[in-house]
Unconditional design. Structure first.
Length: 338
């Protein structure tokens, strides 16, 4: 079965993926900022024991045992954050299954950052899964919890449910028509965060934006999902209206899309950033049924395997500089011809 990031899901013309993250800390252990190296190693060992032989197929992998390309490939898949890999903390690890629909970071700002992922708009099913995993781990580890404040976190404003639900949205038509600023402002006014693909402080790439809840305290998990889905439905509606507007001048739109397709399929070398921009418009063209030479699966494969680290994993060799850009152009042609 294909991993979630190669699949298409509900409303995947606009909603690329969904994620739910729970911040958790183990009772009777200090928060990360007060935790020394020995305590962190103890926590990692404590987490590893209950997952042995678990029914979810989750295994523990330590960052110190991974090479840089593998670590960067996980960042590119958005399974782990760039901040997580900073520093020389040897206790840092992940819990991950083969499908990579579950990827938990151990020793972020909190002891555990439990994450589940899905293609398209998949928030309800992900909520059921993450609650099941949370209860399984809580039974084994005993998470820090207050009847008054809910789950206790390193940052007090993240307490309560300590849940962050997010969707990755693809908004090329709103960007092309110049309406993206107004839509993002409305999202902010509804109490949601709008960030780049790697969260706070990161920039948008390829017309991709991450929308997530701000409030975690005084609101239930189901209410968070309901509110996010309400905003998401509005975003889908606005993007599709913008696409219809672009389609009114079909010749201009087709010309733009096929010029980008021509660059992508005929270039001899191409940078990762230029490739992302071109693939963004070509995904739009594929979703609108204009670029018939591509499919959803090919677009997803191109989006993954043209990123530097995953390109090297795909080829099974280390590359840099112009060699990386040249091989990227070759892989693009290979995937399109498949």
């Amino acid at each position: 079965m294909l991993n979630w990031y190669l699949q298409s899901g509900k409303d995947s013309d606009v909603i690329v993926s969904s994620r739910i993250r729970l911040a958790r800390n183990i009772s009777n252990y200090p928060f990360e900022t007060k935790c020394n190296g020995a305590k962190k190693e103890e926590i990692t060992k404590l987490i590893e024991e209950p997952i042995i032989g678990n029914k979810y197929g989750i295994k523990l992998l330590k960052l110190k045992d991974m090479d840089d390309v593998t670590i960067n490939s996980l960042i590119e898949k958005r399974l782990i954050s760039p901040d997580f890999v900073k520093g020389k903390d040897t206790a840092k690890a992940i819990l991950i299954n083969d499908e990579e629909s579950v990827c938990t970071m151990i020793h972020t700002d909190n002891h555990i950052s439990l994450q589940v992922f899905g293609a398209g708009l998949e928030l309800d099913n992900l909520l059921n899964l993450v609650i099941e995993l949370d209860e399984y781990l809580d039974e084994k580890l005993k998470f820090a919890f207050s009847e008054k404040y809910g789950f206790l976190t390193a940052c007090p404003i993240e307490a309560g449910t300590a849940m962050k639900a997010s969707v990755m949205v693809h908004l090329p038509a709103l960007q092309i028509t110049g309406n993206i600023g107004k839509v993002l402002e409305i999202i902010n006014n509804f109490g949601m965060n709008v960030t780049g693909i790697h969260g706070e402080g990161s920039k948008s790439e390829g017309a991709l934006y991450q929308i997530s809840n701000k409030q975690t305290l005084g609101i239930s998990e189901k209410e968070i999902i309901k509110k996010l889905k309400l905003i998401t439905d509005k975003i889908i509606e606005q993007e599709r209206i913008a696409r219809k507007y672009l389609g009114k001048n079909r010749l201009n739109l087709e010309d733009r899309l096929y010029r980008d397709y021509g660059i992508l399929t005929n270039c001899r070398k191409i940078s990762e950033s230029e490739c992302k921009d071109l693939l963004s418009t070509l995904k739009l063209g594929t979703d609108l049924g204009i670029i018939n030479e591509l499919t959803d699966l090919k677009i997803n494969r191109l989006l993954l395997y043209t990123q530097d680290a995953n390109l090297q994993k795909y080829l099974g060799t280390k590359l840099e500089g112009i060699d990386l850009d040249a091989k990227r152009a070759e892989v693009i042609k290979t995937i399109i011809k498949e």
